[in-house]
Structure formats: C-alpha cells, structure tokens
Design a protein around this ligand. Sequence first.
Ligand code: CP
Ligand code: NVA
Length: 300
Amino acid sequence: MKHLLKLQDLSEQEIYQILNTADQLKYELKHGIAHPKLKGKTLAMIFSKSSTRTRVSFETGMFQLGGQALFLSSRDIQLGRGEPIEDTARVLSRYVDGIMIRTFRQSDVEDLARYGTIPVINGLTDYCHPCQVLADLMTIREHKGSLKNLKMTFVGDGNNMANSLIVGAVKVGMKITVCCPEGYYPDAQIVEYGKQSGLLEITSDPVSGAKDADVVYTDVWASMGQEEEAEIRKQAFKGFCVDDAVMQAAKKDAMVLHCLPAHRGEEITADVLEAHAQEIFDQAENRLHAQKAVMVLTMA
Ligand code: CP
Ligand code: NVA
C-alpha cells in the first residue's frame, strides 16, 4: 500500500490486512509489547480543519511506533498563504517520511500524493474519511465477530462519512442503507458504485431504513465548512435522528456508531448515545490502532 487517499483505492484484501495489523498492534499495546516499527521516522500532519480524534490518535500513534509527528496548522505554514500543494509536497518529501492531511478538497490530497515522493494519508476531506471507516470496520468486527452478512443503516447527511461508509461496506460485502433527505444524497458516482454492487439502498425514511440493521450509524447534520448552512440544515434534517423509534426497528442487538463529535438532540438522542457509549468510544479508540496500522503498512 503506497498511500491512503480514499477507500476506492484499496482491495478487500488490503482492507483486511489493515484490520488484522490494527488488531495485532492493539493487542501489543494492551499487553505492553513495544512495537517501534517507525523508529526515527517523522509524520507531517497538515490540518486545515479542526480535530480532536484524528490529531491526537495520529500523534500518539506515531509516538508509540517510535517516531514523531509534526502538527502543521495550515494557518501557520505557507500553504495557508497560497504556496501551491505541489511545492508543499516536494518540500515535505525532503524532510519527513509521510504526510497526513485534513482539508477541504479531495484533489489537494491526490495532488500531494502525485507531486510528493512519500506516503500520503487522508485524514478527512469534504469527499471522504477513510481512516474513520477503517476504525469503524475494526470496531464492528470486534463486536460482531465478522463483517459478512451484516446490514448497516446510516441516518443523516450524505456527506464524507456516508461516502466512505458506502465504499467500505461494499468492499467487505456488507449491506448498507442510507437514510437521507432529498437533496442531501451521497456523491453520485459512489451511489452508482453502491447500486451496482446490489448492497446499497437509499431511502428518506429512517425507521423503515433501520429495519433489521446490525449497525446504526450517524454523523452531524452540518459538517466542517458548512457552518453557515447550519440553520437550513436543521430544518432539512428534522426527523433524521437516531432515536428510540429507529432503534426499535433495528435488530435487538444492533450497535450504534458515531464518528463524533456528536450533537445530542440533533442526529442522535442523548439516551441512544449513552446506551451505546461503549461501542462509540471503542470506535473512537480504534482510530488509534487502525491508523497505526495504516502508517506501518505505508511508511515502514
Ligand atoms: N471523527 C473524527 O475525525 O474526529 P475529529 O474531527 O475530532 O478528528
Ligand atoms: N462529517 C463530519 C465528520 C467529522 C469527523 C465533518 O466533515 O465535519
């Protein structure tokens, strides 16, 4: 694996290789077994958007692997003042061993990889969030034993999370139903890809969409960069909430996942979130293990 730009680029086998490596690294960490697989290496982390989980898990993960991470806010580096991505890529390639980037345009991530000579990892764009979905698949497998023959229902905005969840689910053979309002569909090409696989369904009714779901997933109504649309979105997404009615429709032992941060009373009720806190915070923890696996597989 050279980069992690989007899940479309990975085979099912590569996804399992990441999940298995992540499980192994998690086991080693829990048992105090050191794993300095990236000793002496440096990861540059470019952030053009806020982050709690992504930043802390990459930085801590790099430390645990024997390397170090540099936090580079795009406000502080020349990129934020207009230095082109292609120059940033070539300069960083002379200093560090890998780049993680969280930004707006997917094309910027792809360009970093094109012009640089080192691995690039996508830490979220407007288009997708592959690191999150790898952690999600790891969490589902931990709780359910396998990823086969499961149904996931996503309730909310057809955003970066919905896009990556569709691709991730299709790659591992999981059924996925996306419940979103008209006009807030996932990326058209990804919808086409999902439909072709026979695994994707789209509906505007969260209760019927959650029928027999093994996993119920949601994310914010307004993503980073959409702050001005927050009020309009509150109206558009009324009813697209993971609440008791949705959970009644899902399987009795259904898990609930949320990439976080969560807005209680909007996309999820406080009760549902707290009832499934174990799963949701396992999911957050698994960002660390899954991303360490991605770094080892691309940078070691
Ligand atoms: N889920 C996620 O990516 O969280 P952060 O925005 O805190 O990194
Ligand atoms: N869709 C959200 C995900 C945050 C992890 C956003 O892009 O803000």
